[in-house]
Structure formats: structure tokens, C-alpha cells
Design a binder for this molecule. Sequence first.
Ligand code: NI
Length: 263
Amino acid sequence: MTLHLPNEVPKGALITDTHAHYDDKRYNEDYDGLFSALAEKGVDRIINCGCDIKSSEKCLDLSDKYSLCYTAVGYHPCNLPKGDINLSKIEELAQHKKVVAIGEIGLDYYWHDDNKQAQKKAFREQLSLARRLSLPVIIHDRDAHSDTLDILKETKPVGVVHCFSGSKEMALEAVKLGMYIGIGGVLTFKNARKLVEIASTVPIERILLETDAPYMAPEPYRGKTNNSALILFVAQKLAQIKNLPCEKILEITHKNAEELFKF
Ligand code: NI
């Protein structure tokens, strides 16, 4: 794997990547080298999001070994088992001191539109577990905006809608409910008009930066393997949109992440 890194990072900048998947096997070769290279570029904290029991456990292993790694545990809507989810196992994993959220959980009707009821059930069960454990949630919503918003209104969780792809109206409703909006590499893509408008409308205090690594690398590395240092390019784009210095964007979003996840 080639590690693409930005040349210059603002002095003293601290980057929190609120959504990544470093359990992905393309990173396996050299975790020591990877995380020390990222730390040198100002990456301060990374939340690895589990997609099922096995990946949640692997993310926890990374948290045990690397001080900058934190973990969210849960079932991604694309990784649901045939029968019920093992909620008590998620609860057990959530006792680990570096678990900062339940996630990633949610609805995905793009890849799976034949099990909507099962997805909604697993989503609701994990939302209520998060509430019981007083943990925030990391939400995945792909082509399921209206059902996601309905469930948010009904359950009023604390958390983030990651890689936000809904409408501006939905973003503002989610913010009104107390949610954060997760923004990553898509913001830098040429066809990102809708997301640019959302980013200009949502208050900066409600925005979290993320990679979704290994996916969603920003320009100029679109299509390559993503990493947390490339968040700088997302921050630079957001700085243009918000008419603020990039340093300020990094500082505020870093603080937003601290407030939500209480590392
Ligand atoms: Ni993800």
C-alpha cells in the first residue's frame, strides 16, 4: 500500500479522524509505520468503527496497541447476521475503556433493499443500547434518508450522521435534534455541489471531519487508499467554504470531536 501524505501541515495542527476502518487488511503490513507517520502529520486521534463483532474486536486490538486509536463497536447495516444481532456481545465489548461510541449503525438501502425491517430493528436495538450506556452513536445512512430521519426524531440519540449524503433540509433537522454532521473526502470532489451547500449552511460547531479510510480519499488522491492525514485537504476545502483559516477549522472540529466523544 502506498501511503499518500500531505507535504505541509499547519504547525501545531491536531487532526481527529472521527471515522475510519484501519482494521481493513490493506493496512495490515505495517501498523507501527502507519500510525507513527500519521502522528507526525498531526493526527491526534482516530476512531475505528466496527462493522460486526469480528471487526469491532480487531478495532479494539488496535486501540490496545496504539494510543491514538479509539473504537466504536456495532453492526453496520450491510453486515447483519441472518438472525438477531448479538447485542449482549456488543454491550460486553463496549465496556472497554477506549470505546467512545456505538457504531457504525444505521440503514443502507443502496446495497440492501430487501431487509429493511431487519435493518431498522438492528438500528433501533443498537440506538437503545447506546442510550443505556450513555454513549454517542455513529450513524450510516445510504439511500435511506427518510427512514433514518424518522428514527432519529423518534429516538433522539446523541451522535453523528457520518459521510452525510442527505439533503440540506435533513442536515438542518439532524442538527436541530442535536446531531453532528460528518464530512469527508466527498467535499473535495468536483461534483460535490450539494455537500458544499450543506457545509456552508451547517454551523462549524456541528461539523466533524472524517475519512472513512480506506475509502473516500479526497482530491488530489481520489480513488487511492485513504488515510487520516488526508483530512487536511477536506479541512482546506471547508476553510474556503467557511471563509476561515484552515488552522481554525482544524481547531474547532477537533474540539467538536472532544465534546461529542469525551476521549
Ligand atoms: Ni464507515
